[in-house]
Design a protein around this ligand. Sequence first.
Ligand code: KG4
Ligand code: ZN
Length: 322
Amino acid sequence: MLVLGVESSCDETGLALYDTTDGLLAHALHSQIAMHRAYGGVVPELASRDHIRRVVPLLNEVLQRAGRTRADIDAIAYTRGPGLAGALLVGASFANALGYALRVPMIGVHHLEGHLLSPLLASDPPAFPFVALLVSGGHTQLMRVDGVGQYTLLGETLDDAAGEAFDKTAKLLGLDYPGGPAVSRLAEFGIEGAYELPRPMLHSGNLDFSFAGLKTAVLTQVRKLGNVCEQDRANLARAFVDAAVDVLAGKALAALKQTRLKRLGVAGGVGANTQLRARLNHDAQRRGLKVYYPELAFCTDNGAMIAFAGAMRLQADPEQVQ
Ligand code: KG4
Ligand code: ZN
């Protein structure tokens, strides 16, 4: 079965073709980052309009790369939410129109399920059950994943998402949108321990997170310093990354301990973070655990994870098509 995946929940138009026998055949993405950068964040109306412009050319691109035609598509999976309403509408309308024209089933995929299953797209995927650490711009969750559609929420953020904290910290430090990669790069030049920031809820005894206080602590430091020199900025970025990574890794390990599972799948944009990956790998190796990541390109939003999640859903239950 050849499944077309369409992702358009935010500022990335992603299309992909996943074959249930041959795996991922092709994927293509247009990122709107450059367009939104001037505004310091995503402008929903501009995002929707750009998805409209990109979606058909991207479809042609993935078909060409895979050496297939529209007639080869057996099903269409698209992101049904959560996300920006206008942006989602573009993907849903496109997928449904194409589905009706081709007379193939359409399936709306939850964006977080796409992320959650994305470690399974890698060449060395985790076996079920595993714990998933889902760290994106809008969500921070720990889930127990027993199979496709079998998810148990173990803990989540009570306020800001991890990616949101990265983005807000970046803004405070005068870095460009999207802030995550920029904060991460700047932190490499920071001196360890120059600033000490809180590790919210690290010892709360449950698997929930909180990142709003961490971002406020950065703000307080920036205000205290007044004139923030280049080294101060790097030191603050380092302190922020160290604190965020401590909390994310600490809670992920606690989730493995609580569930007595040995496999951790990391997903979402913050899963691309170098410092988080290094820390998780280090901690896991010492404890005989294994961490699984999607390819870097499939950490942030993409069509491959939607095509894959749709294909898994359709295989598990062909009745659930629209
Ligand atoms: O999963 P994603 O592409 O979109 C959502 O579903 O939200 O995640 C985007 C988030 C942004 O907050 C971005 O700053 C963050 O992931 N991010 C990173 C890195 N790459 C992306 N955060 C830290 N380090 C990175 N390398
Ligand atoms: Zn996402």
